[in-house]
Design a protein around this ligand. Structure first.
Ligand SMILES: *[C@@H]1O[C@H](CO)[C@@H](O)[C@H](O)[C@H]1NC(C)=O
Ligand SMILES: *[C@@H]1O[C@H](CO)[C@@H](O)[C@H](O)[C@H]1NC(C)=O
Ligand SMILES: *[C@@H]1O[C@H](CO)[C@@H](O)[C@H](O)[C@H]1NC(C)=O
Ligand SMILES: *[C@@H]1O[C@H](CO)[C@@H](O)[C@H](O)[C@H]1NC(C)=O
Ligand SMILES: *[C@@H]1O[C@H](CO)[C@@H](O)[C@H](O)[C@H]1NC(C)=O
Length: 785
């Protein structure tokens, strides 16, 4: 990765240039073809002739509607002005979504009151023991779970695939009545009645109008057009946030223990925005808009899309509105790692969560005919058992060249039953789903599978619930096994499955798939913010799909084990709910600050956190401020606070046009008043210093203000870890607090001694002897192109 970084940094300026200059997609070949557009409006421009905004919006759509040649069509066009509007938005943003042709959308852009028009985008989901691993021990009365806590007053909105209400994770035993501030409702539909909501699931809504406008009517036979989750992803994330403790939870015997959400007393509200064909931005926006109006305190959003600007990314705009209403928004960073610059959801008002491993593993081994034993992982548990004493013929359909071919990848229809029947088949990872490869082997008569990582997945092992005896091995073990299979005339092997192993060291490790920085939108804002468990996470599952999610998988389980930043995001959402319960007065930024400044950057062997893609130490571009530490986050000592106007001042540094800024300021009175000298001056809990290409600028100063949330009287002193090529000074040398909520400011100055080709990483810690308030530091010297 490090070699690539220079190249990526060179590309950064170019990337920013390209993404800020593109407007409405010009790739649509047929400009009269209609699709959904999101139209941001300036609510205050409502002409006096209209009594409500909806009326105004539909008249506006009518005024740009293509007048078609034939009479019949023209009549139709005029009549459907109202129908063309899919949603109106009024809480987190202002405007509407409508079905328009590209030409109509362009006309709309010039209309009075129109702030911006963006085409719909499709977002993707970022697909027991985790509470203990996070140091949350329910038996410990001083812990965040102590009885006196009122986390039951906190509602977490989960934007996902819906919810499976029968899961024991949503049992509401012991919960007090629904908090009075809650205004959400339980929408009904096929397979979902009012009775499916309770004191745990306090809201359930569906958003499909954008999806249907793009893909046609939902086939209600195939898909529940109701909050019921048939995919499983939404049930899994909601249970990770706030699942009721379920004893004896396991997946086919694996990971057995008590499955419990991060905030077991909090409530969940399911906003179903993802359907079989994806998650559409007009639906997502409507869900955020509604969730804020319903009164959620936290939003958990495990999905992302590829839009690379603050003002064109619907989620970024909606999250800004949610933040203005005091809602903490946590999003998955994406599964684009280990490639650098692969992050999504990078807006500073969003908490961007990467993924890491836990200290739990599911070991399995391969014993080759030459007695060599190699280890891997698996969640296989089935009736068909390979005898450990017997050796089975082993086959690899690829060659020893490094490029995999269709049969080495075990793609559907590529395996010849004559060649694989009765054998253990080696398959390369990639292209098709991992469990599906096993199904292909099974269908061809194979008795087992060894799934070998290739260079792109390295040594990262993801355990899967295979349909035949199968395990995953890393790239190194995979090469050894393939080489043995290719070099011997009669290669053999056997597989053994060893169950669940705890106390794995080292852990946590940054997951290879976790998306990486730097943050291409604004280098001065370090992203991701934190990492949290996202590998092999056990949580509740739908009763409608097997654990592998494949249509051929007829197994039904109450719990499933999944990996992805989709799984790490709800861990942070749940912990944010705990912090919100303990500190109701904290802003979303204060909660994020507490999570970041108390995060740790060492693993359970006391060594710096590692990166699973290359086994080298990870950097803040991989792990952000570090791994969340919920118990310490409850008492951070100091917080870096921020309000809506601060984030707006930050946007003023991002070269947005006045209409683009308007999408964020809406009709409120945000304006660029005290524009920051440098985007790095946003009072963020991380410090990212960017020296421009021009070498004459060698001194940069960042300003920060900390708020005392610890004991009234306290004295903090700073410590900066040594950085190559730069000297760092902090002014003043002590921060002496005399009251609670007191704010004190400091300056941190970076002086370049010698420009470094790669970014330098370190940290600043303010300590009063009890609290350690740590900010990661990144210093980047841009290279002239
Ligand atoms: C564009 O799409 C419209 C409506 O779908 C269709 O009537 C028209 O023939 C198309 N034109 C071209 C050039 O493909
Ligand atoms: C909820 O959990 C309690 C205690 O474990 C149990 O007695 C009860 O039957 C459960 N409720 C449902 C609806 O399953
Ligand atoms: C599979 O093999 C393991 C180890 O030899 C044994 O413990 C287990 O009972 C076997 N399972 C079945 C279903 O035969
Ligand atoms: C592939 O294997 C053959 C036969 O063992 C050997 O001659 C050849 O050098 C190998 N090629 C590579 C690229 O390893
Ligand atoms: C304008 O700003 C002031 C102070 O920041 C605030 O009190 C007021 O509510 C704002 N007005 C609107 C319309 O948002």
């Amino acid at each position: 990765m490090k070699g690539n970084l220079v190249k990526w940094l060179l590309l950064l300026c170019l990337t920013c240039y390209l993404t800020t200059t593109t407007t409405i997609s010009v790739s649509t070949p047929n400009s009269s073809m209609k699709k959904t557009y999101i139209v941001h409006m300036d609510k205050a421009e409502l002409p006096e002739t209209f009594t409500d905004h909806h009326q105004w919006y539909s008249t506006m759509v009518n005024s740009v509607a293509d007048k078609l040649k034939t009479k019949d069509e023209a009549t139709e066009e005029e009549e459907d002005g109202e129908e063309r509007i899919i949603y109106t938005y009024q809480t987190a943003l202002h405007g509407f979504a409508a079905t328009l042709s590209e030409a109509e959308a362009r006309k709309l852009e010039g209309k009075n009151g129109v702030v911006a028009v963006h085409p719909e985008t499709v977002y993707q989901l970022h697909t027991t023991r985790s509470p203990e691993f996070l140091g949350l021990h329910p038996e410990d009365s001083t812990s965040v779970w102590s009885e006196s806590l009122s986390d039951h007053d906190v509602v977490v909105g989960v934007l996902d695939t819906g919810i499976w209400p029968e899961s024991q994770s949503f049992n509401d035993t012991g919960l007090t009545p629904v908090p009075s501030h809650w205004k959400g409702i339980c929408e009904t539909g096929r397979g979902f009645t009012k009775l499916n909501c309770n004191r745990k699931i306090v809201g359930a809504r569906v958003f499909y109008r954008g999806y249907e406008a793009a893909t046609g009517k939902i086939n209600e036979q195939d898909e529940y057009k109701s909050p019921r989750d048939q995919d499983g992803h939404g049930t899994h994330t909601a249970a990770t946030v706030a699942g009721f403790p379920v004893k004896g939870a396991n997946l086919l015997g694996y990971a057995s223990g008590t499955a419990r959400g991060m905030a077991p007393g909090a409530r969940v509200a399911a906003y179903k925005v993802c359907w079989a064909g994806g998650c559409f931005s007009s639906d997502i926006l409507s869900a955020v808009d509604q969730a804020v109006a319903d009164g959620v305190n936290v939003l958990s959003i495990s999905l992302g899309g590829g839009i690379s600007s603050y003002y064109r990314d619907s989620l970024s705009i909606a999250a800004f509105g949610a933040m203005e209403s005091g809602v903490f928004v946590s999003c998955s960073a994406g599964n684009g790692g280990p490639d650098p610059v692969s992050l999504t959801n990078v807006s500073p008002w969003i908490t961007t969560v990467g993924a890491s491993t836990m200290d739990r593993d599911f070991p399995a081994t391969v014993k080759l005919g030459n007695r060599q034993i190699l280890s891997g992982v698996s969640l296989y548990r089935g009736r068909m058992n390979l005898s450990v004493r017997k050796q089975y013929p082993l086959v690899y359909m690829g060659s020893n060249s490094s490029s995999p071919d269709p049969s080495s990848l075990c793609l559907e229809g590529t395996l010849n039953p004559k060649a694989v029947a009765g054998k253990i088949v080696i398959c390369d990872r990639g292209i098709s789903p991992r469990v599906q490869k096993g199904q292909v082997v099974k269908d061809a008569g194979g008795v087992g599978m060894i799934l070998a990582n290739t260079a792109s997945s390295g040594e990262e092992l993801v355990a899967d619930c295979h349909l035949l005896p199968a395990l995953s091995v890393g790239e190194i073990a995979g090469k050894a096994i393939k080489s043995y299979a290719l070099r011997n005339s009669k290669p053999t092997a056997t597989l053994a499955f060893l169950g669940t192993k705890l106390g794995v060291r080292p852990s946590p490790i940054v997951a290879s798939f976790s998306s990486r920085g730097p943050n291409f939108l604004t280098l001065e804002i370090l992203k991701p913010d934190v990492i949290a468990p996202g590998v092999n996470i056990l949580a509740a599952w739908t009763g409608k799909a097997g654990p592998s999610g494949l249509p051929t998988d007829h197994r039904r389980v109450n719990f499933n084990i999944l990996s992805g930043t989709s799984m790490s995001c709800p861990h942070v959402s749940g912990v944010a709910a705990l912090l919100k319960a303990r500190h109701p007065e904290w802003s979303p930024a204060a909660i994020k600050s507490a999570l970041m400044t108390t995060a740790y950057v060492h693993d359970n062997t006391q060594n710096p956190l590692k990166d699973n893609s290359d086994a080298a130490p990870s950097t803040p571009f991989d792990h952000g401020a570090g791994h969340i530490n919920p118990s310490r986050a409850l008492d951070p000592g100091l917080v870096y606070d921020l309000g809506p106007q601060d984030y707006f001042e930050f946007l003023c540094t991002q070269m947005l046009t006045p209409p683009q800024l308007k999408a964020f300021s809406k009709s409120s009175n945000h304006s660029c008043r005290h524009a920051l000298a440098n985007p790095g001056d946003l009072n963020y809990p991380a410090l990212s210093v960017v020296f421009p290409e021009h070498p004459s600028l060698s001194v940069l100063t960042l300003h920060r203000t900390v708020t005392n949330v610890g004991p009234p009287t306290s004295k903090y002193v700073p410590r900066v870890s040594p950085l190559k090529g730069v000297t760092v000074t902090v002014q003043p040398r002590t921060l002496q607090f005399t009251s609670k909520i007191q704010k004190l400011s400091y300056k941190i100055t970076f002086t370049t001694k010698s420009r470094q080709p790669l970014p330098e990483f370190g940290g600043l810690v303010w300590s009063d002897g009890v609290h350690k308030v740590r900010s990661p530091i990144v210093v980047t010297w841009l290279v002239p192109i």
